[in-house]
Design a protein around this ligand. Sequence first.
Ligand code: BTN
Length: 327
Amino acid sequence: MDRKLDELLYALMQNMMIAVSGEKLARDLGVSHSTLVRWVDKLRAAGIEIRGELFTGYRLVRLPDVLLPQLIRPRLRTRFVGRALYHFYDVDSTNLFAARLFTHNRKIPEGTVILAESQTAGRGRLGRTWHSEREAGIYFSMVLFPKAPPSLAPLFTMATAVAMHNAVERYTGLDVDIKWPNDLLIGRRKFCGILSEIQAEVDLVKTLIIGVGVNVNHETLPEDIRDRGISLRIASGRIQSRTEILLEFFEEFENIYMGFERKGPAGIIEQWTRFSSFANGRKIEIHDGVRKIAGVTRGLNPLGALRVEQKGGHIEEVYSGDVVAWE
Ligand code: BTN
């Protein structure tokens, strides 16, 4: 359904300065006038300002910042990431939608991306929610079929963090840090989180869904996350283009992913270690779901686990968890 709304919005964008008659729009889109009126209402409900002028037709009041596949597709610099695109104005969660694609037994190409302008049930790690304000952030999921055992799945999440780190630094000029395992920070505040979900057999990942949420143009954040969170707009003092960041990310991620297929995990580990101030010599406390592990970081092992030197010199390799305190 949202594909039709995209077509209508794209048609209106082609004629920014003039009103287009409802009759012509309906004819071009191959629908009845009453369907067109319904679609205009849906776009309006999604926050797009459309003026309806009697006798002349419809006109956009301002150019909306929407991640329209029609604008993204011609600019893709990738072979497979983002080549199949789904775009929603509202969805519960792009990760959930991606998972539902597989229940219909359809052939889903690798690199399929699901994008949303807003999510009603955006999900975070460890059962948390993800604040998904309309048009302010980038909320998307990627579908991958890596030829790798489930033990290597966390590396793809780290690859995603590295790719977003590179994309945001290159495009905004901001200084980005990666907090283990895959939160992106500016200073001590988080602007991007990643939620990966896998379906696997004992020795092979069948499907990997990587969900990414980036705070881009939020002017403020909800009170409960304001002291820990930040947006690129707050950090840089200016509005940033979600489309440009996404295009950079797709290209970066595809390169790193193809590097993995050719040469294995070493490249991901090397880049993550280079870009994260948490990799070495950092005093931290991790909660792994069961217990707290405190110590000083000593790099990653070849599977991406964080080596933490505890009091007495014992090195613990931590595979998952949350850094709850750091100096
Ligand atoms: C985290 O807790 O840090 C992970 C947040 C991941 C949020 C993204 S937004 C797009 C995708 N869909 C979801 O429901 N969650 C992820």
